[in-house]
Design a protein around this ligand. Structure first.
Ligand SMILES: [Zn+2]
Length: 287
């Protein structure tokens, strides 16, 4: 069931749990994520970065695949198809392609320009029936070639963007994309509390959710985070399971080279990891 992400996130905020955003990269990824969330009866946001969209032959292809698969698998849980870290143009392309939610990442613009572009896109998204996420304070690490510094967002700037009518907000609190370095200082709960105090009842998004210790994620959820983005973790378990299959020589036994067999351990590993994350976020049976 494809829906926008507003209602599921508002419910998560009042129910004190987190909705997973699992990023998808291909058909196997999508199938594994949808199957895991259906089994756990968890609402889900399918995240598509612009790079992943390009890889999958464009947003229209992604939208058609997700809609058809949702129907074919008989998915009953709420599913939002969401653009992750969208550019200004990418947001309009996803609105036209049938996405149900977009993120406009204007965090690299000066705040005035971020405000103006976000204001315009909020109007465009809402007119088309989509939910919209905005970002303040760049998230560190690397995302599609863009390197951020992992700053903590300014609560006043968060308030300005929140007041534009965005449905949920990504704000840097020391989180980064990719693998966390050993000397990472952890999440800034002080910043999170200060932002929360300024923005009130607006769901917050934690990017770079892979590799943050579970107890920090649970604390962030208690303090008002309602959506946690997971991408790297699924990539790592997929790669490890595929490596094991090949290192054990299973691709050379019988018809083990058949892609349906070769990709199966990785696909199953994604299902398991999704279930693990759902357990930590508390979204099981919240559909
Ligand atoms: Zn992100």
């Amino acid at each position: 069931m494809l829906v926008d992400a507003k209602e599921m996130l508002n419910k998560a905020l009042s129910g004190h749990y987190g909705i997973p955003q699992f990023n998808i990269n291909n058909l196997e990824w999508t199938k594994s994520v949808l199957s895991a969330c259906e089994e756990e009866k968890s609402p889900v946001i399918l995240g598509v970065s612009e790079g992943a969209g390009k890889y999958m032959c464009g947003f229209e292809t992604v939208s058609a695949m997700v809609r058809a698969m949702d129907k074919a698998l008989g998915i009953t849980v709420p599913v939002a198809l969401h653009l992750d870290h969208g550019t200004y143009d990418g947001c309009y392309r996803c609105i036209r392609a049938g996405f149900t939610s977009i993120m406009f990442d204007g965090s690299h613009y000066p705040i005035e320009e971020n405000v103006e572009k976000t204001r315009e896109l909020v109007k465009a998204a809402h007119e088309a029936g989509l939910s919209i996420e905005a970002e303040v304070g760049a998230i560190g690490g690397e995302e599609d070639g863009v390197i951020g510094m992992g700053e903590c967002a300014d609560p006043e700037e968060c308030k300005r963007i929140a007041d534009l009518g965005v449905d949920f907000l990504a704000a840097g609190i020391g989180n980064i994309h990719g693998i966390y370095p050993p000397d990472w200082k952890g999440l800034s709960f002080e910043t999170l509390a200060a932002i929360k105090e300024r923005i009130g009842e607006l769901p917050l998004v934690l990017h770079g959710g892979s590799g943050i210790p579970d107890e920090q994620i649970e604390k962030a959820i208690r303090l008002g985070v309602s959506k946690i983005n997971v991408n790297t973790e699924l990539q790592l378990v997929f790669a490890a399971a595929t490596r094991k299959y090949i290192e054990e020589g299973l691709d050379k036994k019988g018809k083990g080279y058949d892609p349906r067999k070769l990709l199966k351990p990785g696909a199953e590993a994604i299902v398991e990891e999704c279930k693990n994350r759902i357990a930590v976020f508390g979204s099981k049976n919240k559909a």
